[in-house]
Design a protein around this ligand. Structure first.
Ligand code: DAH
Length: 340
C-alpha cells in the first residue's frame, strides 16, 4: 500500500509540475483528488483494509494528500502570478507616448460675435426677434420713412425680386413688424443677414446686422448713450468710451453715428483708428415720430431709440481682420485662429 501511495504521489507531483496553465492544473487536481480521483479511490478502499492497519494506512493517505496539495498550491500560485504578469504586460500603457490630437472645431467669427452681442443685450433685458430675409418694399423702406422717391434710398443699393419684394437691405425692417405686433414697452434686438449690391474690401453683397429697438415712456437720447456706453465696455473693454456724432437716417431724428475710443492705442492715434483716436461702430438715433405713428404708437405717450450694428465690422475690428472676404471664404487657416 505504501508503495502504491508513493507511486500516486510521484506521478501526481510530476503531472503538477509539468502543467503549463491553470486549466491543466485543474484537470490534474481532479484526476487525483476529485470524486473519481486516484487518491479518492484509495480512501474509498479503506473499508477493505484490516481494522488494525487502518490508522497507519490512514496516516499515509493523509500524508500523501498533504504533500500533493502543497505542491498543487505552490504551482497554482506560481501560475497565477505568471498569468497576472502576462496580463500586465499586454495592458501596459506608455504614458510618455504623444496623445492623438483631436481637432476641435469652433464657431464662425460672425456667429461668435453675434452670440456675444446677443448675450450682452439679453442680459440687459432685450428680447430677440428674427425677421425674414425677403421683405416688402413697404417694411424695408416706406414704413421706415423712406418713401419711393426718397433720396435716402440711394444710400443702399437694393436687390429687388419684383416691384414689391426685395432682399432686405437692413434689419431695421424688423422694427416695423415688432411695433405692429406688440404694444410698448418694446425692447428687442434683431440679428440677421442683409443684402446690398456692394462689393469691396470692407463691403460684401451679403452681410450681417443686429438691430436694436426700445420704445417706452420717456425714452431719450440719454438712455441710448447710457446703454451704448455699457455695451461697448463689455464688447471692447472697460477703458473704452463712446462719442456721438450727428448723422442722418430717415427713421431716426436726431440720428447719430457712434464712435468708440480706439481700443488699440487708447485714443493716441494709430493705424486702426487712422490716427483719429476714434472708431465708428454703429448708427443709431431717436425713433422718428413718423415711424412710431405709422405703427399706431401714440407719440405723446411713447418715444424710442434704435440702433443698427454691422456684425462683420465689429468682428473685423475685434480680431484685426483687414478684408471682409476672409469672413466668407471658409479658409480654416483663418477661421481656426478665432476662438473667443
Ligand atoms: N439701418 C441702418 C443701416 O443699415 C443702420 C441703422 C442706423 C439702424 C440707425 C438703426 C438706426 O436702427 O437707428 O445703415
Amino acid at each position: 500500500m505504501k508503495e502504491k501511495l508513493q507511486k500516486i504521489r510521484e506521478h501526481a507531483i510530476a503531472e503538477i509540475e509539468s502543467s503549463d496553465g491553470l486549466d491543466k492544473l485543474g484537470e490534474v487536481r481532479n484526476a487525483i483528488l476529485g470524486k473519481k480521483g486516484e487518491l479518492t479511490a484509495v480512501l474509498k478502499g479503506m473499508k477493505d483494509v484490516p481494522p488494525e492497519d487502518r490508522p497507519k494506512v490512514g496516516q499515509w493517505v493523509n500524508e500523501t494528500r498533504e504533500a500533493i496539495e502543497t505542491v498543487l498550491d505552490e504551482c497554482t500560485k506560481r501560475l497565477e502570478a505568471e498569468a497576472l504578469r502576462r496580463r500586465y504586460e499586454a495592458e501596459k500603457i506608455d504614458v510618455t507616448m504623444p496623445a492623438v490630437m483631436n481637432k476641435k472645431g469652433n464657431l464662425h467669427p460672425i456667429t461668435q460675435v453675434c452670440n456675444q452681442l446677443t448675450d450682452i443685450f439679453t442680459s440687459m433685458g432685450f428680447e430677440v426677434y428674427e425677421g425674414t430675409e425677403i421683405e416688402t418694399d413697404y417694411y424695408n423702406f416706406t414704413a421706415l420713412n423712406t418713401p419711393q422717391d426718397h433720396p435716402a434710398r440711394d444710400m443702399q443699393d437694393t436687390f429687388y425680386l419684383s416691384s414689391e419684394y426685395l432682399l432686405r437691405t437692413q434689419t431695421s425692417a424688423g422694427q416695423i413688424h415688432v411695433m405692429e405686433a406688440k404694444k410698448p414697452p418694446i425692447k428687442i434686438i434683431s440679428p440677421g443677414k442683409v443684402f446690398r449690391s456692394d462689393d469691396d474690401a470692407t463691403h460684401s453683397p451679403m452681410f450681417t446686422q443686429m438691430e436694436g429697438l426700445v420704445v417706452d415712456k420717456g425714452i431719450t437720447l440719454c438712455d441710448l448713450k447710457g446703454m451704448l456706453e455699457a455695451f461697448v465696455k463689455r464688447i471692447f473693454g472697460k477703458q473704452v468710451t463712446t462719442r456721438l456724432r450727428p448723422s442722418y437716417f430717415p427713421f431716426t431724428e436726431p440720428s447719430v453715428e457712434v464712435d468708440v475710443s480706439c481700443f488699440q492705442c487708447g485714443g493716441k492715434g494709430c493705424k486702426l483708428c487712422k490716427g483719429t483716436g476714434w472708431i465708428e461702430v454703429l448708427g443709431a438715433g431717436v425713433v422718428n415720430r413718423k415711424v412710431l405713428e405709422g405703427c399706431g404708437i401714440d407719440t405723446d405717450e411713447y418715444s424710442g431709440f434704435a440702433f443698427g450694428i454691422g456684425i462683420e465690422r465689429i468682428a473685423m475690428l475685434k480680431y484685426g481682420i483687414n478684408n471682409i472676404k476672409l469672413l466668407f471664404e471658409s479658409d480654416l487657416r483663418v477661421l481656426d485662429q478665432i476662438d473667443d
